[in-house]
Ligand binder design. Structure first.
Ligand code: AMP
Ligand code: MG
Length: 391
């Protein structure tokens, strides 16, 4: 049994980054950037007004001012603003020459003779200055960053329309177990529905991976062997669920070894999910995840995600929230770190949810987070800080 942090390190170190490709920036959400992106422009590109109002000289704001023109956004001013004058200007329009401040339309009274007067005590400057946000040539996003909606807005702003990103892994999923039937089928006595495979496919799809489902393998050497050969011919990473623990018919590790895989680890000091296997053969990666759906869900979060991100060019820094616990917690054994489903209360505390163990998949449905009870810790008090991951 190895510690989680060792398993994480072994997983990340085993992963070799994929090649890169150029795609359309509108399809880049969730992909990982493979080069630094520079701005081709100052942002803003010119001094512009932040409000609808009247552009004038600050020294003039307490005098009545003559309105000399109206400047819509997208149009250049035709006249320079002189002493005693102002130009009506719309949000986003380029500032006219001679003006160094904009009085908001809300702070102005219109007078006869096309004049205006300030009605408030003072005014802010209300100008967004050229290059105050980004200078031409600045790096706007670094290599190895996962792309979010706000990054796509930046790509649009600087005209970076063909981002270079890492290629996506193809992830296969195989369920194992003679007790399993597919969801459309009504289970007979001693059978259960296969939920795990669909959960894992969805978890991989959330990371933008391409997925392939290979069905349910029986707990026999022949069935596993056939499916292993087929899955690895088509995928970069294959996730097996079930058949990796100590039962007489847990044959996945044996059959992976027979197919040339090195088993990097097969038991980790984490609850749930001790019998989690990770292996590699050439440029193919395999996880053998426990059959219980909460265990496989959590091990995907803790380890599979780290592998997939690394293949996609991003080292998951394992960023987590640290929040106070809403009530006391205790457990008898502490030889493994434990992850427990929870919700975040309106006070910003973590509340453990009603949870009966690793088969209790419904507990994850009404949870928002999982939180950690560290290895060696038997008791936590209300208010103690715990590591939290959103799920
Ligand atoms: P195993 O890891 O094969 O010993 O399975 C552990 C438990 O998880 C058993 O109760 C299995 O019936 C259950 N299980 C295994 N595979 C799945 C699956 N694909 N979906 C739901 N439950 C499963
Ligand atoms: Mg099984």
């Amino acid at each position: 049994m190895i510690l989680y942090k060792e398993a994480l390190k072994l997983t990340i170190n085993a992963a070799e980054e994929f090649e890169t490709e150029r795609i359309n920036f509108g399809e880049a959400l969730g992909r990982v950037l493979a080069e630094d992106v520079l701005s081709d422009t100052d942002m803003p590109p010119f001094d512009k007004t932040a409000v609808d109002g009247y552009a004038c000289k600050r020294v003039d704001i307490f005098s009545d001012l003559l309105v000399i023109e109206t400047i819509p956004a997208g149009m250049k001013a035709e006249k320079a603003v002189k002493s005693g004058q102002c130009s009506k200007i719309m949000t986003g329009a380029k500032m006219p020459e001679g003006a160094d401040c904009v009085i908001m339309v809300e702070d102005v009274e219109e007078l006869a003779g096309n004049k205006i007067r300030l009605t408030s005590k003072d005014t802010a400057t209300n100008i967004c200055y050229k290059a105050e946000d980004v200078k031409k040539g600045n790096v706007i996003l670094r290599k190895s960053t996962p792309i979010r909606p706000q990054d796509i807005a930046m790509f649009a702003s600087v005209g970076y329309t063909k981002p270079l990103v890492y290629k996506l892994p193809v992830v296969g999923v195989v369920s194992t177990g003679c007790e399993l039937v597919e969801p459309e089928q009504k289970p007979e006595d001693a059978q259960i529905r296969n939920s795990n495979a669909y959960q894992l496919l969805a978890q991989a799809e959330l990371l933008k991976c391409k997925t392939k489902y290979f069905g349910i393998a029986k707990d026999t050497e022949q069935s596993l062997d056939e499916i292993i050969k087929k899955a690895f011919a088509e995928c970069d990473v294959v996730l097996f669920t079930g058949g990796v623990s100590m039962g007489d018919f847990d044959l996945v590790p044996k059959m992976l070894k027979e197919n040339g895989f090195d088993i990097v680890y097969k038991s980790i000091a984490v609850q749930p999910g001790r019998p989690t296997l990770f292996g590699k053969h050439k440029n193919k990666y395999v996880f053998g995840l426990p059959g219980n759906p909460v265990s496989s869900f959590i091990q995907f979060e803790l380890l599979v995600k780290a592998l997939l991100y690394k293949l996609m060019g991003y080292e998951d820094k394992n960023v987590k929230l640290i929040l106070p616990l809403s009530k006391d917690y205790s457990r008898k054994k502490s030889v493994r770190e434990k992850w427990i489903p929870g919700v975040i209360t309106t006070n910003g505390e973590v509340e453990p949810t009603d949870y009966h163990g690793s088969a209790h998949i419904h507990a994850l449905s009404y949870s928002q987070v999982i939180f950690k009870v560290p290895l060696g810790v038997n008791e936590l008090k209300k208010g103690d800080l715990v590591d939290v991951r959103q799920i």
